[in-house]
Every structure is written in C-alpha cells, then in structure tokens.
Design a protein around this ligand. Structure first.
Ligand SMILES: [Mg+2]
Length: 380
C-alpha cells in the first residue's frame, strides 16, 4: 500500500474527458412506461479525470447535455487543481455554475465529476472507494426494481420472481399509469412471488392527493404493499405529508430521487413529508453531496434509500449510517454491465463492494460502448 502523502503528493488533475452513451431499452413491447414517462433509451454521461497516469471515473444518467455542461463548465475548474480534496473542488464547481444552472442538469454533471474525483483519489491511494469513505457498512441490501407499466403480465411476473429466486427479498413495480389495471397486476405479482417478499410500488407522481390516498389503502390492505414511492409529485410536499399522516401505518411514503440540493432534501425531511428519504448519488452532488444528505437524514431520524446507479451507489451508501437499501434498477443494471467491467452482482440480497480493486473497481469496455456513443471521442 503506498504511503498516502507520497501517492497524492502535489498531484493535480492533468486532463478531463467526457463521454455519453445512449443505450436502447431491451423491451419487446415498444417504449417502456412508468406512471408519468415513456422512454426507449437510457443515456449515461461518463466523466474521466486523469492525474499522473491514473484515471478516475464517474457518471450520471440524463441527457447528453449534461456531458456538454461538464465539459464547458466543470472541466476548466478542476483541470490543474490538486486531487487531494474532492470536497474543495466540489465547492469551487458549485460556485462556478451559480448562474449556469446548479440544480437539474448542472447537479447531475457536477455529481459525475465529483464521483470521478473520489474514484481517482481512491485509485491513487490504492484503496477501494468504500475504504476511503467514512464507511459504517460493508454491503448494501438491494431491492429489485422494474415492473414497468407496459410490461406484459408474463414479463412483469417473471422479472420480479427472478429477483426473488436470486435471494432478493424485496421487489418494486411501477404503478398508477392506468390505475384500473393495477389490481390485476398486483394480484399477478403477489401470486408469482408468494407472501414472503416485500412489495414496493412507485407511481412516479402520477396521482392526485385523494386518488393516492385511495390507492395507498388498497395497495396495503389487499396486496400487503409496504412502500409507496412518489404517490403524488415529490414537489407536492403537503400532499406527501397528508399521505404519510392519513395512509396505512405500515405503508411507507418515500421520495427524494429528484432532490438535487441539500435544501431539496431538507424540504422533504421537514414535517417530515416522507417515512424514508431517497437520494441519487449521481444527481445530488455526487459523493460529497451524499455525505451531507446522510448527515441530514440522521439528524432527522430518517432512513435513506439509494436511488439506482448501483455500481457507484454500492460504495457510496456504505457511508450512510441510516442506510435502508438500494434500488437495483433493471435499466441501470443492464447499462452498467454493458459499459463496465467490474460491476457487482447481488449475493444474499446485497451488493458488497469488491475490496480487492481500487476505487469503484470499474473499467470501461470501450469496444462495446462505442456503438452507443452520442458525445465525445474514444480515447486513443
Ligand atoms: Mg422512483
């Protein structure tokens, strides 16, 4: 193990390169759907930072415009800057994009760069990222997440039952695009997975307040659903609070995947509006942003659940004291397995970072990624 001071020394960021890959969805049934969105592809924006022959990588899922944003707004801030303190660079990047637009695309670009800087530092120190972070767990329990509203009954039940067969004791399906279809879908899922596994649902903000209260009671009473994510828009803090107070006691209300800033999380934690907070490390300011959210959740006595991006979330959320679980999301699992070597597979219902590999333990599979490139150029 190299001495930390020597390994980091006065090293500075030599270069930054940014890429985006748009990967079509794998469904045979046309566009995938949830309560409020249709999509036929998933775009990963990938950032690499280089120092002294070592490379760190980070990513976010969004539009390729986040790649352009990282390239024009953020790369100039970190090029030539010391690699020793990602939070110091996080602060400088945040200041730089005040007028360019910090929440949304700006926060996603910043998250990808921040993750790359942490990965770089860990690799320079020859440490797995989980050991560089203030970790309090060595693995992260997962729940299987997919069950899109356009799936055929067969695909829906097979996908969720497969996760249960792999030892994952919690599964989530999308609901509420066509609420009248949900009883049939939930009955089929419950029959396929049996009584044991925990059922989670996600409306992606599709319902009005009274509709959401009606479905919250039915989901819980008829199919023993224990988690109702974004029953109403996560911007409707009062609606979330109402559902939390008046819905079934054993049905948790969850939101937070669209929180970009610490204040967004504070708004959800006030009241509180949710029973369990969610955070996406690739949207909330990367690992530096997530560490702030973890402190906020602990101070408000709320558990924090990881939204998606399993390859980075598995390391990052080991540092969340009030960790609940991680969303093992079908689309992201597929994209990460396609674009990276070194991804993790769940064992015993959890992802355990590989401590035998430095950083996130990921290597880009350039040859496989190239057909999907929509931004940047293959490194020579
Ligand atoms: Mg969701």
């Amino acid at each position: 193990m190299p001495d930390g001071t020597t390994a980091l020394g006065d090293r500075t960021v030599d270069a930054v390169d940014v890429h985006a890959f748009e990967v079509p969805t794998d469904g045979p049934e046309g566009k995938e759907q949830d309560g409020t969105l249709e999509w036929d592809s998933t775009t990963m924006v990938l950032v690499r930072v280089h120092a002294g022959g070592t490379t760190g990588l980070g990513y976010t899922y969004g539009d390729a415009s986040a790649a352009a944003f990282a390239h024009t707004q953020l790369a100039p801030v970190i090029r030539g800057a010391p690699v020793s303190s990602p939070p110091a660079l996080w602060r400088r990047m945040g200041e730089r994009i005040r007028n360019a637009g910090r929440p949304g695309v700006g926060a996603m670009a910043l998250s990808a760069v921040d993750v790359a800087l942490w990965d770089l530092k860990a690799r320079l120190l020859d440490l797995p990222l989980v050991h560089l972070l203030p970790s309090c767990h060595d693995s992260v329990p997962v729940y299987g997440s997919g069950g899109f509203t356009n799936y055929s009954p067969d695909r829906l039940t097979r996908q969720l039952a497969d996760w249960v067969e792999q030892g994952i004791g919690r599964v989530k399906l999308k609901t509420s695009r066509h609420p009248e279809a949900d009883p049939r879908r939930l009955t089929a899922v419950r029959r396929a997975v049996g009584d044991g596994p925990e059922l989670l649902t996600d409306a992606n903000g599709a319902l009005g307040r009274k509709e959401a209260l009606y479905w919250a009671r039915r989901f819980h009473d008829e199919w023993d659903v224990r988690w109702f994510e974004e029953p109403v828009s996560s911007a409707d803090l009062e609606g979330l609070r109402m559902l939390r107070d008046r819905g079934p006691e054993r049905l948790e209300i969850a939101a937070g995947e669209y929180a970009f800033t610490a204040q967004d999380f504070a708004n959800l934690a006030d009241g509180p509006a949710v029973d369990c907070l969610q955070a996406d490390v690739t949207r909330c300011g990367g690992i530096t942003g997530l560490l702030e959210v973890a402190g906020l959740a602990a101070a408000r006595h709320l558990d924090l659940s990881a939204h998606c991006a399993p390859a980075v979330s598995a390391h990052a959320f080991c540092a969340v004291r009030r960790l609940r679980h991680l969303e093992y999301f079908h689309d992201h699992v597929r994209v990460e397995n396609l674009l990276f070597d070194g991804t993790l597979a769940p064992a015993g219902g959890a992802l355990r970072p590989d401590t035998g590999r430095p950083g996130l333990g990921l290597e880009v599979r350039w040859a496989d990624a190239e057909p999907y490139r929509v931004h940047g150029a293959r490194p020579s």
